[in-house]
Design a protein around this ligand. Structure first.
Ligand code: FPP
Length: 245
């Protein structure tokens, strides 16, 4: 796959990725799941660099779902440790590449160490503007929408807003992703064809791209392939082809 085939004028503004298949990748090699996650972290680095180099403005990664808390304690602990060590290690790369770190999800439920590391990296990168890298952590799409509903209802109850003014943009502004544009391209690895409670509101018009590649095997070339595939699709947003032309 050749990077030159990518049309720089038609880049997706926001790419979101469900990074799946770490466990199966490790199993295939007779290793523990943790080994898969460690190599998954290397794929994260490759893809973040790949997106920044191309000029993608927003990349959102599903790193830990609300459901992932149900995994064996040791695996959860390893993922949390990996997160802290990756944040420590990659702060320099984020600064050098002018990338801003953002986090979405139920962040308060993360271990204190993860929260403090996240906050520190977010604070240090807050003025960067080449790309926003959002990590979805303890994230659930339905919970996000539920929280927005509760917040809006509370505002209505306290006469802060009238229900008549609630429109899509106001709902948008009450989601974790309030400062991000809609997702243009959603990628899921490992041959699973589901969205698994990820960015349910924000993917309304996203192009979906599924690949059998397991996440630790995902390279910049795989990213380019997904973007080229996206660029060859016709996004009609409900209109006809003729109207678009
Ligand atoms: C899915 O593979 C992956 C996760 C649940 C977590 C994602 C974590 C990483 C990519 C590594 C660490 C990330 C950072 C940001 C440091 P799976 O375990 O569900 O794989 P399986 O479906 O084959 O079991």
């Amino acid at each position: 796959m050749n990077e030159k085939l990518i049309n720089k004028e038609k880049l997706p503004e926001h790419i979101a990725i469900i990074m799946d298949g770490n466990g199966r990748w490790a199993k295939q090699q007779g290793k523990l799941r943790v080994f898969g996650h460690e190599n998954g972290a290397k794929a994260v680095k490759r893809v973040v660099e790949g997106c920044a180099e191309l000029g993608i403005k927003n990349l959102t990664l599903y790193a830990f779902s609300t459901e992932n808390w149900k995994r064996p304690k040791m695996e959860v602990e390893t993922l949390m440790k990996l997160l802290v060590s990756s944040l420590k290690k990659e702060l320099k790369t984020l600064l050098q590449n002018n990338i801003k770190l953002n986090a979405i999800g139920n962040i308060e439920t993360l271990p204190k160490k993860v929260q403090s590391e996240l906050l520190e990296v977010m604070e240090k990168t807050k003025d960067n503007n080449r790309m926003t890298l959002t990590m979805a952590l303890s994230y659930g799409g339905r919970e996000e929408i539920k929280n927005a509903v509760v917040e809006l209802c509370t505002k209505v109850k306290n006469n802060i807003i009238s229900p008549d003014i609630i429109d899509e943009s106001i709902i948008n502004n009450h989601l974790y992703t309030q400062n991000l544009p809609d997702v243009d391209l959603l990628i899921r690895t490992s041959g699973e064809y589901r969205v698994s409670n990820f960015l349910l509101w924000q993917i309304a018009y996203a192009e979906l791209y599924f690949t059998k590649t397991l996440w630790p095997d995902f390279t910049k070339e795989h990213l380019w392939e997904a973007i080229i595939n996206y660029q060859n699709r016709e996004r009609r947003f409900g209109k006809t082809s003729e109207q678009l032309n």
